[in-house]
Design a protein around this ligand. Structure first.
Ligand code: GLU
Length: 502
């Protein structure tokens, strides 16, 4: 008879004590990819046993951002599943049962030591030059003594009797790992029967939820031997572990707020696309074994494997993220990009909605613009922007009167007279183009005809750009003038002449 292959079941177990961090999103992604690749299940479990720090807003945000990233889970607090509930605060009875079992089997005990006593113990070990750990004092209390103290309402915690032995396991990324558990001392696994702590609750849930692989950040490596010992004590099956390398900042220290934004929501607000973030995160620690850099989720599912995850830390390179995001922006369907970009203009008030569909008020110049106009601007900038939010600054000159210093019009060593001459010439040739012929091709033909007569085309094209945009960098002046329209183009050129004459 063929051996029944155990179903692959992995989980993301975030604590809702803050926004969804990029590192957690990457852990989610790797778990998701591993599950999909192996036709397994990806479970979302909310670890909210820290009642003081856990907040439902954070849980909501975590789910929302994961959804936005397109990382879907098969079981979780919102979608349910066969091992409900998926929120630890709703599983207290389950943990209680296992805590009682450990106490009954004398694998765990009540500890009544006060903070002062624990502090003294710590100092004692330190004075001996040893790592501090719990002395095991309360392990020797008889059941009767413990019951008496409980009846007297003496505060206690529950400690697990950590076997004094070596724990060896095979990490799927890091290989053989060994810990000396005699250094741990007996660890606290619950504050009381209603308040289990992370290591204990996670072990119970991984078992109850039939988790086959725990894929998580390397910062959890030191928890693993404790969890393995707890599994053994409870008679649970072993799970496989894979600890993924940390994400590092450019100074090679663990990526944190010090390095800038780390919350997925900040990247979303800044205008990074979910497919770009997933693509970028996938390459933080994993590599396909060649130099490809663009991976859709579908392709990642096909190519992903734990064997291709590196052991060393993965440096967060924001230039790479921008490059990848730019790629996805360039490849977006224009109508989709318009949908994504409009909120940026609306949010900062560059345009306002009106009662008419597809018509917007542009308050700075008190004009109504239509969505075709906006669409053309977006199309012109689609290849230039690296993140959606850049549209606001890059294209501001379409929506307001521009301000700039006269010096900006200067091209290389050319005198102001020289520049004025070029602008006058532009006004002349552009005025000759009929309103109905005002399009990119015609403008380009006329402008290049003149510009090509010069030894340096920049002498005409540079002041042309500045006069229209007030900026050093922008899309080409021909494209811009075609969008701005004849009247505005000539007005802006005349304004430049005015500046130069002053
Ligand atoms: N609640 C833990 C965290 O948010 C989960 C660790 C684990 O995956 O076991 O870091």
């Amino acid at each position: 008879m063929a051996k029944k292959v155990k179903e692959i079941r992995v989980r993301l177990a975030p604590s809702p004590t803050g926004a969804l961090h990029l590192g957690t999103a990457r852990t989610a992604l790797f778990n998701y990819l591993f599950a999909k690749k192996n036709k397994g299940k990806f479970i979302l479990r909310i670890e909210d046993t820290d009642f003081e720090r856990s907040k439902s807003e954070y849980e909501k945000e975590i789910l929302q951002e994961l959804n936005w990233l397109g990382i879907e889970w098969d079981e979780g607090p919102d979608v349910g599943g066969p091992f409900e509930p998926y929120r630890q605060s709703e599983r207290i009875e389950i943990y209680k049962k296992y805590l009682e079992k450990l106490i009954e089997e004398k694998k765990a005990y009540y500890c009544f030591c006060s903070q002062e006593e624990l502090e003294e113990m710590k100092n004692y070990y330190q004075s001996l030059g040893k790592a501090p750990k719990y002395s095991g004092k309360c392990a020797n209390l008889s059941e009767k003594e413990a019951k008496k103290l409980i009846a007297e309402r003496k505060p206690y915690v529950i400690r697990f009797k950590v076997p004094e032995k070596k724990v060896v396991f095979n990490d799927l990324i890091r290989g053989k790992i060994e810990f000396d558990a005699s250094l741990f001392g007996d660890i606290v696994i619950a504050k009381n029967f209603l308040q289990p702590l992370y290591n204990f609750a996670a072990v119970v849930d991984d078992y109850e939820m039939k988790i086959s692989h725990v894929i998580r950040g390397e910062d959890h490596l030191s928890n693993t031997p404790k969890q393995i010992l707890l599994q053994k004590a409870l008679g649970f099956d072993e799970v496989q572990y894979a600890h993924i390398p940390l994400i590092l900042g450019s100074d090679r220290s663990k990526l944190s707020k010090r390095h800038g934004a780390t919350a997925v929501s900040s990247f979303r607000k800044d205008g990074y696309l979910p497919e770009a973030i997933c693509n970028f995160l996938s390459l933080l620690g994993w590599n396909p074994g060649d130099d490809r850099e663009i991976f859709s989720l579908k392709l990642l599912i096909k190519e992903f494997s734990l064997e291709k995850i590196q052991k060393s830390g993965a440096v967060f390179n924001s230039a790479r993220l921008d490059w990848i995001n730019g790629f996805y922006i360039r490849n977006k369907k224009l109508s989709d990009l318009v949908e994504l970009i409009l909120p940026y203009w609306l949010n900062v008030g560059v345009i306002h909605e009106t009662d008419f569909k597809n018509k917007y008020l542009c308050p700075a110049i008190n004009e109504i613009v239509d969505d075709n106009y906006l669409k053309t601007i977006i199309q012109t900038y689609q290849t230039r922007i690296k993140k959606l939010s850049e549209i606001v600054f890059e294209t501001d000159f379409f929506f307001k009167e521009i301000e700039y210093e006269k010096d900006l019009l200067k091209w290389k060593e050319n005198s102001f007279e020289e520049i004025k001459k070029q602008i006058d010439n532009l006004i002349k040739i552009l005025s000759e183009i009929k309103e109905r012929d005002w399009n990119r091709e015609e403008i380009e033909k006329a402008v290049l005809k003149e510009a090509n007569k010069l030894t340096d085309r920049g002498a005409m094209l540079w002041p042309f750009r500045v006069a229209l945009t007030g900026k050093k960098g922008s899309a080409g002046p021909v494209e811009i003038s075609s969008i701005l329209g004849k009247q505005k183009t000539i007005e802006r050129l005349e304004k430049a002449v005015g500046k130069l004459g002053a």
